[in-house]
Design a protein around this ligand. Sequence first.
Ligand code: FPP
Length: 241
Amino acid sequence: MVDPLKIPQHIAIIMDGNGRWAKQRGLPRIAGHREGAESLRAVLRACIELGVKYLTVYAFSTENWRRPKAEVDFLLDLFALTIDRETDELIDNQIKVNYLGDLSKFPKELQAKMAGAMERTKKGTRITFNIMVNYGGRAELVESVNQIIGARDKGQGAKVTEEEIQEHLYTRGMPDPDLLIRTASELRVSNFLLWQIAYSEIYVTDLCWPDFRKEALCEAVAAYQRRLRKFGQTEEQVSAA
Ligand code: FPP
């Protein structure tokens, strides 16, 4: 089903539907997040098996602070617990983990754990695993432009270029996602990687994130492989290339 010669280099995922998954089972929302962490583990493993080089997931948006405090606290505890429990395994499997977003809003102890996990896994070469936290695509772009302007001398008039913006994103140095997956049916981008997904193929599934495991990932990759990526060219140009 999956063509090993056409594996997307970079997969991005909007992990949605944890709450709905739990509700359907009469469970509290946090049970959905706990099961969602299991899906993340399964999908990361499957990405390595397929040969995907970058996996980027939306774990906490800048808007998620508006959720009930108990749910936010649970998610932050889950991030901390996962780091404590799994960083050694990430190192053993040569996985480089990045926590990307405005980390300054998190409790100091969690910030230290995130920094520690990034430092300890930085030599990983099998896959780069980006966990986007307190992340918003618009804020990332504003921050990028502000960094560019801030580094310029007063009165320097040159225009900001695409390359400069790209170089100041959290994902600097990485290829853009080839495939963006969203679970739980919603047809929205929700402020995720606004710049980086300009040419990504989008795949939406009805499955809630806790039900999205290896088989579902392979289905998404197979669907991606059936698409013709044109990057603004005609079908004939793409076929001739
Ligand atoms: C979306 O479901 C999920 C989140 C906002 C949190 C994502 C967290 C995890 C998958 C846990 C594992 C992650 C790590 C890094 C350990 P939702 O709550 O928006 O679901 P709903 O739309 O059905 O309410």
